[in-house]
Each structure stands twice: as structure tokens, then as C-alpha cells.
Write a protein that binds this ligand. Sequence first.
Ligand code: FAD
Ligand code: NDP
Ligand code: 3IO
Length: 419
Amino acid sequence: MSGHREILKRRCRLVNGPLIVGAGPSGLALGACLKELGVPFVILERSNSIASLWRNRTYDRLKLHLPKQFCQLPKLPFPDDFPEYPTRNQFIGYLESYAAHFELSPRFNETVQSAKYDDTCGMWRVRTTASGPETANRSAEVEYICQWLAVSTGENAEPVIPEMEGLRKFGGQVIHASDYRSGETYQGKRVLVVGCGNSGMEVCLDLCHHKSFPVMAVRDSVHVLPREIFRKSTFELAVFLMKWFPVKVVDKILLALSRMILGNTERYGLKRPSLGPLELKHMQGKTPVLDIGALRKIKSGDIKVVPGVKGFLHGSVELVDGRVIDVDSVILATGYCSNVPSWLQDTDLFNKDGFPKQPFPSGWKGKSGLYAVGFTRRGLSGASHDAVQVAEDISRVWKEETRQAKHIVACHRRCISQI
Ligand SMILES: Cc1cc2nc3c(=O)[nH]c(=O)nc-3n(C[C@H](O)[C@H](O)[C@H](O)COP(=O)(O)OP(=O)(O)OC[C@H]3O[C@@H](n4cnc5c(N)ncnc54)[C@H](O)[C@@H]3O)c2cc1C
Ligand SMILES: NC(=O)C1=CN([C@@H]2O[C@H](COP(=O)(O)OP(=O)(O)OC[C@H]3O[C@@H](n4cnc5c(N)ncnc54)[C@H](OP(=O)(O)O)[C@@H]3O)[C@@H](O)[C@H]2O)C=CC1
Ligand SMILES: O=C(O)C(=O)Cc1c[nH]c2ccccc12
């Protein structure tokens, strides 16, 4: 009997308070806000540490490309000695101390496989499996039952690896940008980088620093903006202008200033999209490139820009313009996607692409206690905004329910004492 109970206890857990899926900046920020409001919660994380994107899927020399005031999480600012653009390691250190400060202890190596709202009991049923080598001896499956479910699995949960003709016969090394750490191993090599977002551009620049020969395939168009305009962050300028002007006007101003500083990028094979940079980011999530030096290398010819890829041959790539060029390795800087549709069932909050149906600032709340944190297409500042809203919303109900529960207990006590 006791063995039976053991199994039941191991496989099913009732969560006191909300269940948060993902221990990246969004999940941690929500945890911190809930802690401050006195609401208990559980955080689940598929990897073996917090901030797995930053720890395991970013390259060594990466720096935040937005100024620090837009990247810190609620309730605990960055240390004063952080530079304007913190490094990857500084940011990870900050997230570590953030988790320690608010005593956030996620349950690591647990991957959420499915989540479904159960109408009959009015609760979420969330199934997880153990992930990672450390978990070989742990019970494989757990079902969590909770009243609130907060999705914070990120806009960049899975790498996008497109099907490309002939890639199997290519023969050389092929990796996604999320597996790129440094150009050290590429010295003297010709490397095809597919994609021209911030990853593609920064990987190409890093390859140049390591004396390799990057070729960047650009299949369509891209907005390149200088990271700074007259020593002021372009992003900060954009945020300031957005307070006064509609987005189309702000985009016109940004494009005029960018042209003045960078020149006509079309001359280098970087055609601009017809929508402006902010409008495109807000509508389609396509982030403009904030240039940290790649454009100079493109102008000097150290980074070669070529059109889209038609297919691969052994040791070479065929481009859509018919050219065939020899390359040793390929780095797919082809972006990321949300993984929400693969595990969250029947919800009205998310679209098929795994992003909320309602755009910022309205996409954080669904029905039946479902929330989204960090899907605003506004980076870390959007995640912080969501975390504050979600925590306050949950706390209102939590406090009311706790008050009612205390009242019922007090009544019971009084009744019992009168008997
Ligand atoms: C290379 C790179 C650089 C960036 N630089 C900036 C920047 O400078 N400024 C900025 O504002 N934004 C930047 N961003 C945007 C970035 O998305 C955010 O900074 C931030 O990481 C988002 O936090 P998040 O917690 O929402 O998502 P993530 O950091 O992706 O965290 C999500 C967590 O959920 C976990 N998870 C996913 N699925 C499951 C599951 N099924 N079960 C359990 N756990 C799961 C993941 O393992 C991960 O730990 C950058 C993004 C990338 C890729
Ligand atoms: N220093 C920093 O802070 C950095 C921040 N980041 C952030 O990380 C996020 C992800 O950026 P990133 O990884 O660059 O992803 P993006 O989605 O921004 O860019 C992906 C690129 O790959 C191209 N692409 C996608 N699929 C294909 C395909 N099938 N064939 C050819 N090309 C393809 C896209 O082209 P198309 O536009 O035509 O679809 C686009 O150029 C962004 O928010 C970015 O700002 C990234 C690196 C550094
Ligand atoms: O999502 C990202 O990649 C960011 O770095 C944050 C971001 C939000 N809105 C933007 C507009 C221009 C450049 C970066 C961002």
C-alpha cells in the first residue's frame, strides 16, 4: 500500500500557486515579482541551469546589443559597474545573482511535454518528462496540477534549420548559429553563413576576427541600423521618438539617419524591406540588424555578400543566380521559433506560430489562468513588462482566495469551539 502511495506521490503533484514553464529571463522575472507579492510558485526548466539560451546557445564574444537600462529585470538593477552593453558572461552572472537574490529554485531537467486545461476540475494538467543525463535515475514522468499556468519558454525556444537541397552531400561541417562559439576553429576556412539577421552579421564579424573567409547568403532584404547614432543608442532614440510620433514617422527618421551614417546599404547587396524597421519588428518579429562592425567588413570585402542558396554540392554551394562557390563549412544563422504549439493544447491565447494572438501590450493574458511572459517581440524589456503584469494579476486572485480560505477556517474554528 505504501509503495502504491509512493508511486502516486511521485507521478502527480498539486502546485500551490502558479506553474511557470521556463527559467530564462522571463520565468525568473515572473518568479521574482511573485516572490515580492508573497505568492508561492514552481518553475520548471528543461535544461540543467537557469538562462540556458544565454549559457548554451550564444557565442563567446556576444554582448547585449541594447543598452543596459533596457535589459535589466524588474526589482533588481544591474550592478553600477556594468558597461553600457554588458557581455554575455556579465548578463549570465547577473541572472545567477537575480535567481539567488529572490531565492528562485527551478526544478531543472524537466521538460514540459503537454499542458491541457481540464474543464471538469477547473485546473491545468501539465505533463513533464525528465531530460538530460543527470536524470537517468529519476521517475520519468510527472503530472503537475495547477490553477495558473505561465508560459515563459521564449521566442527563441528552438533553432530553425531549413530543408536545403543537397545539404547531405555537402560533406563539410554544418551547424546552426546557436552552436557557434567562436571563429577559432574556422581559421583560414571559407565559411558560408546563411541568413543576415543579427546572428548572421555577428558570426561573420567574429569569423573575420579569426582570419577566416565568411560568405553571407542574403535571400531577401534586411534593415541595417547603426547601433549608435551620434553616440546615443539607436534603440534609445527610437523609444524616445515613439513617445512623440507614430511608428511610420519614427521609421522614416531612423532610416534617414542610418543612410547618413552607413550610406546606401543596397550597394552592398543588402536591400531594405518595404516596411520600416520598427514596423517590421512589431508586426512580423523581424529584428533589424544593429550593426557593431559587420557593415565595415562588408564594405571592405572581408565579408562577401551573395544572394540566396539554391542547393549544395560536394564542397560547394550553388546560388540562385547560378554561381557555384567552394566553401569548407556552413553556419545556418536562420533564426529561431517558439515551441509552444508542440506542447500547449487548445488555447485561445496563442497562434499556430506559438506567439500570442494579441500584439503587445495585450498578449499576456488568456482564459482559465493562462499567461504568456516574454512573447512581446520587444526583447528583455517586453519580458519585464509582462512579468510585472502577470504577477499582479495572479496575486490579486491569490490574495482574495487566501482571504476567503482564512475566513472559512476561522469560521470552522469558531464553530468547533462553540460545540
Ligand atoms: C543571441 C541572442 C541575443 C539576444 N540579445 C538580446 C538583447 O541584447 N537584448 C534583448 O532585449 N533581447 C535579446 N535577445 C532576445 C532574447 O529572446 C531575450 O533576451 C531573452 O532570452 C528572452 O528570455 P525568455 O526567458 O523569454 O526566453 P529564453 O531565454 O529562451 O528562456 C526560455 C527557457 O525556457 C526553457 N524551455 C523551453 N521549452 C521548455 C519546455 N517545454 N519545458 C521546460 N522548459 C522549457 C528553455 O530551456 C529556456 O531556459 C537575444 C536573443 C538571442 C537568441
Ligand atoms: N548581440 C545581440 O544581442 C544579438 C541578438 N540577436 C537576437 O536574436 C534573435 C534571433 O536573431 P537571428 O538568429 O539573427 O534570427 P533572425 O530571425 O533575425 O534572422 C534569420 C535570418 O535567416 C534567414 N533565413 C531564415 N530561413 C531561411 C532559409 N530557409 N533560407 C535562407 N535564409 C533563411 C532570414 O531571412 P528572411 O529575413 O528572408 O526570412 C534572416 O535573414 C533576434 O531577436 C536578434 O536580435 C542575435 C544575435 C546577436
Ligand atoms: O528581440 C531582440 O532581439 C532584441 O534585441 C530587442 C529588440 C526589441 N525591439 C527591437 C528593435 C530593434 C532592435 C532590437 C529590438
